[in-house]
Write a protein that binds this ligand. Sequence first.
Ligand code: ATP
Ligand code: MG
Length: 225
Amino acid sequence: MTRFRGGLSGTGLVKRFRRGAETVSALAGVDVAVAAGEFVALVGPSGSGKSTLLALLCGWETADEGRLAYSGDLAGRRPDTFGWPELALVPQALGLVADLSLADNVLLPARLRGSLAAELPRARALLADFGLDHLADRYPAQASLGEQQRVAVARALLLRPAVLLADEPTAHQDRGHADRLLDAVTEAARGGSAVLIATHDELAWARADRVLSMRDGHLAEGVPS
Ligand SMILES: Nc1ncnc2c1ncn2[C@@H]1O[C@H](COP(=O)(O)OP(=O)(O)OP(=O)(O)O)[C@@H](O)[C@H]1O
Ligand SMILES: [Mg+2]
């Protein structure tokens, strides 16, 4: 299995949303960098721009100003050309496929690149690790929100992506499950992934190598003051 490694950076990122006469400045000139092997926590109040930044970094949205760059095996690439092995995302709204079982949702990245059989043991291990093994055959609508969120994290981790972006991945978890997810995220970084997670969980900040604080579209190093 080809394993990609690389980091990411954004420089001078500006993103505005226009709705009629109103313009929301979601990102007001953000510099950000995450190296391969680094676990960075992105914190900040609701509406401060965390999800917008992740949307730019994964290629879902385009910046009005500024530039993105990826390094290592991802050098010279645009984010909208990445597959799950290059960049894996846990969206805030999870984005599970409604007509696939939970196990098949976890296996989706393997199915897309034709390595289903090879990834079955890892998918089973992630399901067990996240307390989902007894739910493997259920569909997303038959699982709790916390269970669905753990599926979305397992799906993102399956192929040991070069870049892992996760938007509040422990938001719907009790402490025990949150810690298990954070263990897995930390392990991904120790294994070489560049990890950036938006989170309101102070125990996640404590485990990160670095914390970045977002406020009103501006980003600063360190925990919020
Ligand atoms: N599509 C959109 N159209 C207009 N405004 C938007 C859009 N998406 C986001 N915004 C606005 O941009 C700002 C940043 O939103 P964003 O979702 O990035 O915040 P966040 O930090 O992720 O918040 P939360 O912690 O609640 O998830 C907010 O003021 C939000 O209302
Ligand atoms: Mg958000």
